[in-house]
Design a protein around this ligand. Sequence first.
Ligand code: PMP
Ligand code: GLN
Length: 380
Amino acid sequence: MQTRSKLPHVGTTIFTVMSALANEHNAINLSQGFPNYPSSQKLNDLVNNAMNNGFNQYAPMAGLLNLRVAISNKYDLLYKSTYHPEKEITITAGATQAIYTAISAFVHQNDEVIIFKPAYDCYQPAIEINGGKTIAIQLSAPEYKVVWTEVASKISSKTKMIIINSPHNPSGTIWSKSDMLELQRLTANTNIIILSDEVYEHIVFDNEKHQSVCLFNDLKQRSFITASFGKTFHNTGWKVGYCCAPETLMQEFRKVHQFNVFSVNHPVQKGISDFMLDADTYLGLNRFFEKKRDLFLNLIKKSRFKFTPSQGTYFQVLDYSEITSENDVEFAKRLTKDFKIASIPLSVFNENNKDDKALRFCFAKTDETLIDAADILCKI
Ligand code: PMP
Ligand code: GLN
């Protein structure tokens, strides 16, 4: 049978490729971003209780109200920012579905969407399957700083949306308050929608503050925040997340949401809503992951890899330019096969696969795994 692909240049994601290679070669898997320790027993029990207490049929289309209230309370507590639980918050099947749905709801044929590269890999296909055009702005390693004059030059009457992501996957950098103010200034008095992917909002290091889009009043009026419980509660396989946006934007979002997923895993929503009654369940994450970052970096400081410490997320980028001039995809594959350690090459997220000789390692792992991984890295 012959078909015409809607995504002719898209193959299998690097996360699937590298995790499969890690399994095949029995390598330590620091590639795909997921923890290798269990999620909280209390949370697991709350989800089990929900299943045993009848939360097994369709959840409300926009999500369990108690969970939306818990999320609303979190925005009050952390950012003094109000999102109405009934009208401005929707529970989604992970952040991926929130991102896809927001793009589908607003991007028309030939609309332009600005993204910053390296970019998480689900943005561009979602733009293009909806007929939009990706306008990529390549950031330079190792700092990945935005040059705002360049952004200004890319904004036009065709710009429908700008997608931002801080803390940033894959680079582990964060945007400053002045970055957010620049974005606010450049998009003032426009109808440009900001899609702010904040899945790592609770993983920011060195006492820095997460600059959520909701802290900037004018930006907030035009923005979606997308978030992932999988990242926050160490259970990426549950695939539950959410998004927040002003009511008029959320109404359009829900028109698509009700037909691409309708509603999301009910017992997990119930369990998380009970779990979130205690804010310490997510407020301790910064410290938890900062310790893991520090452990990992201390152990590899004598290796031949160079690095700038990650500022947020649970990823650390390592520069291997002193080790080899090999292409990063080839090197990542060779490390998996020959040295039994898997990582993610950054070039796959760059414009024209720009190769900065950089690999991303996930440190959401037990200390034992990080010690074993560092042992290998020091021998390379
Ligand atoms: N955005 C970024 C930047 C991510 O790293 C991820 C992976 N967690 C997602 C979105 C998707 O999140 P989820 O697994 O909840 O779909
Ligand atoms: N967000 C995870 C990462 O960056 C991967 C999610 C996925 O495999 N799609 O590694």
